[in-house]
Design a binder for this molecule. Structure first.
Ligand code: UDP
Length: 321
């Protein structure tokens, strides 16, 4: 049985679905602060907060757990700058709680939801796993701190982990059962689709004077179902005795904000109004990863590797919410 913390959230729920497709049994641990109870359509939902160590122990007593997939975290970069304590308590301290209980119950495999935010401003593109890690906000620093803790625990306690550094997660379950629904929403693609639906008047383009071909930021968008596939491969890898590792997960391919908006106009056939505004603080011009290591070691290959597919599945979902 696999414990999926944060399994009611965007990425965790897609992974939970995929685990079930592959025949795993799961327990989803989520406090539902941002997650959606109705995203937990597979396995058992336990409404638990990771700040409560006795409750975590109760779960480990109740279920025969073999591994943990840890998604539970706050994810708003801007908010992490305004209120770092909220982020370090939830994303770092609560992860230490979870790890303490894992060690006590001898559950020694973890797939950890890390981020390309641990790299900070890139000095080289594409970003490989050995690129320097100098995060520029508390969100990224918290994720990096957990990576470091995992490294030390792995050396000392025989715990094995895979830290997966996601680039820009996007798209929705092609089966139409799950998708992205953040409150508040800050991500580019759902905001564009809100504008397509008329729920927002327009989408803002944050900065048009970057040193990129069309002046807007370039990101590496990766389909959430491809991320889910990679988690299952990482779990297989650990179950087959693989050593602790970190992997980038992206498409190795970048698209500008303008290109994403153009793609959405084509797919939705809607006239999406875009308004050019100032840069958003802390946005590097280009973030594109190299996922060669995951492709080689995990034998992972993204299936939805073009932007059209990503936007099409997101749109299919977005029209239902
Ligand atoms: N972006 C934008 N308008 C928005 C939201 C995002 O122009 O309303 C840009 C943002 O500056 C970045 C890209 O879209 O270059 C992706 O941003 P998002 O917040 O989706 O993900 P991030 O890269 O920050 O993780």
């Amino acid at each position: 049985m696999i414990l999926v913390t944060g399994g009611a959230g965007y990425i965790g729920s897609h992974v939970n679905k995929q685990l079930h497709k592959k025949g795993y049994k799961t327990v989803v641990l989520d406090n539902l602060s941002y997650g959606h109870g109705d995203f937990v359509k597979w396995g058992t939902l336990e409404r638990v907060d990771l700040s409560d160590i006795d409750e975590i122990k109760r779960i480990f007593k109740k279920y025969p757990l073999e591994a943990v997939m840890h998604f539970a975290a706050f994810t708003y970069v801007g908010e992490s700058v305004e209120n770092p304590q909220k982020y370090y308590l939830n994303n770092l301290k609560n992860t230490l709680n979870l790890l303490a209980v894992m060690l006590e119950f001898e559950v020694k495999k973890m797939v950890f939801s890390s981020s390309c935010a641990t790299y900070g401003n890139p000095v080289e593109i594409p970003i490989t796993e050995d690129h320097p890690q100098n995060p520029i906000n508390p969100y990224g620093r918290g994720k990096l701190m957990v990576e470091e803790v995992l490294k030390d625990y792995s050396a000392a306690y025989d715990l094995r982990y895979a830290s997966l550094r996601y680039f820009n997660a996007a798209g929705a379950d092609p089966g139409g059962e799950l998708g992205e629904n953040h409150q508040p929403e800050t991500h580019l693609i759902p905001l564009i689709l809100d504008a397509a639906q008329g729920r927002r008047e327009d989408v803002k383009i944050f900065g048009t004077d970057y040193s990129t071909p069309d002046g807007t930021c370039i990101r590496d968008y990766i389909h959430v179902t491809d991320l889910a596939d990679a988690h299952l491969k990482a779990l297989d890898y650990l179950e087959n005795g693989g050593k602790s590792e970190v992997f980038n997960l992206g498409n190795d391919n970048g698209f500008s904000v303008r290109e994403v908006i153009e793609t959405a106009r084509r797919i939705t056939k809607k006239n999406i109004k875009a308004v050019e505004v100032d840069r958003r603080a802390g946005d590097p011009p280009v973030l594109v990863g190299s996922s060669t290591k995951a492709r080689e070691i995990l034998n992972w290959k993204p299936r939805f590797d073009d932007l059209d597919e990503i936007v099409r599945t997101a749109w299919q979902w977005h029209q239902k919410i």
